[in-house]
Design a protein around this ligand. Structure first.
Ligand code: FMN
Ligand code: SF4
Ligand code: SF4
Length: 291
């Protein structure tokens, strides 16, 4: 039986590029199956494309057990619709374990208020961009397994499989508490420190998804809209930017997704159990072993 073809809108927010890779992989997979797909980047939350599609897939990186603020704003700006089939994908460094388990709840609730019927939700794991770096062989594995993880999601969504999670109260409370990260992000982003190596190139200002950086006398000036996505901190060619408080969340070795991708495909066998020992990587281990 021939599968029905749809126009999919894939809307995604990304800080350091991980969610963009997932969104593009989804678009390629849908196109291979003959569907029409349009990608939309969520930045400040304002809609930049006309809202004409049959199905919506929304993707966001997990920030403090939730979605970034602009994802909520993007949803709040949607027109009311009548039951558009929707898929919500969170992308995290930690996986579907406590305290991430309730990270899609607020997003889904908001979508449902606008008339979007969320029938499917899932977590994709990508190399983490904050606090603890994942060992390179494991990061490579995460990139390597992405196409098969995405194929599974697209197959389920195409065949109308329903997948909704029911996080317990404990996870939900934690997720609620995580919302405090949003005002904290705005505050930390207001006071990002620029050291003397800054050459005034303006790259940080041009690429900030939150429009948080303006150039004044060849120096970046930070406003009050930061999402703490870390893009400017990792991508500054001079490494001139630092958080005044909480700089431990920025990986000392930097974040190099594109360089890692060039090392694919994996040739050597990876001992997943050995390299993901311990509680911090338990969600990554679970994700890779459930293949
Ligand atoms: C401010 C901030 C908060 C984060 N919070 C979480 C979290 O609560 N759980 C988690 O597993 N990963 C967390 N991460 C890691 C990201 O979700 C992960 O690296 C994701 O792949 C980043 O996607 P991006 O490259 O599209 O921005 C956080 C990252 C940042 C910058
Ligand atoms: S990207 Fe770095 S060097 Fe360029 S203006 Fe921004 S802080 Fe300065
Ligand atoms: S100021 Fe930097 S960390 Fe904040 S949203 Fe812009 S790019 Fe991201």
């Amino acid at each position: 039986m021939e599968q029905e073809k749809f126009t999919y809108r894939i809307a995604y927010y990304t800080g350091t590029g991980g969610t963009k890779i997932v969104a593009e992989c989804m678009a390629d997979t849908l196109k291979e199956q003959g569907h029409l797909t349009e990608l939309e980047v969520i930045t400040t939350g304002v809609h930049i494309k006309e809202l004409t599609f049959d199905r919506l897939i929304i993707l966001f990186p997990v920030h403090a057990f939730n979605a970034p603020d602009s994802v909520y704003r993007w949803i709040d700006n949607l027109e009311l619709v009548d039951k558009i089939q929707t898929t919500a994908i969170s992308v995290s460094g930690g996986g579907e374990v406590f305290p991430n388990k309730a990270c899609r709840i607020s997003t889904i609730r908001k979508l449902e208020r606008r008339g979007y019927e969320v029938t499917y939700e899932k977590m994709i794991v990508m190399p983490s961009n904050w606090v603890v770096a994942i060992p390179d062989p494991i990061s490579l594995m995460l990139l390597d397994v992405l196409p098969s993880k995405v194929k599974e999601i697209i197959r389920d969504v195409s065949f109308g499989v329903r997948l909704r999670s029911k996080p317990n109260l404990f996870n939900r409370c934690f997720s609620r508490m995580g919302e405090i990260e949003k005002p904290a992000a705005r505050l930390l982003g207001r006071y990002i420190k620029v050291d003397s190596t800054c050459n005034g190139c303006g790259k940080c200002s041009r690429s900030c998804p939150a429009d948080n950086i303006t150039m004044e006398s060849n120096r970046p000036h930070f406003e009050n809209t930061c999402h703490l996505c870390l893009r400017c901190l990792y991508n500054c060619p001079q490494k001139a930017l630092k958080l005044r408080i909480g700089n431990f969340i920025v990986l000392k070795e930097g974040y190099h997704l594109e360089e890692l991708r060039k090392q694919l495909p994996i040739i050597d066998k990876v001992d997943i159990e050995e390299l993901t020992k311990g509680i911090m990587l338990s969600g990554v281990r679970k994700y890779l072993l459930e293949l």
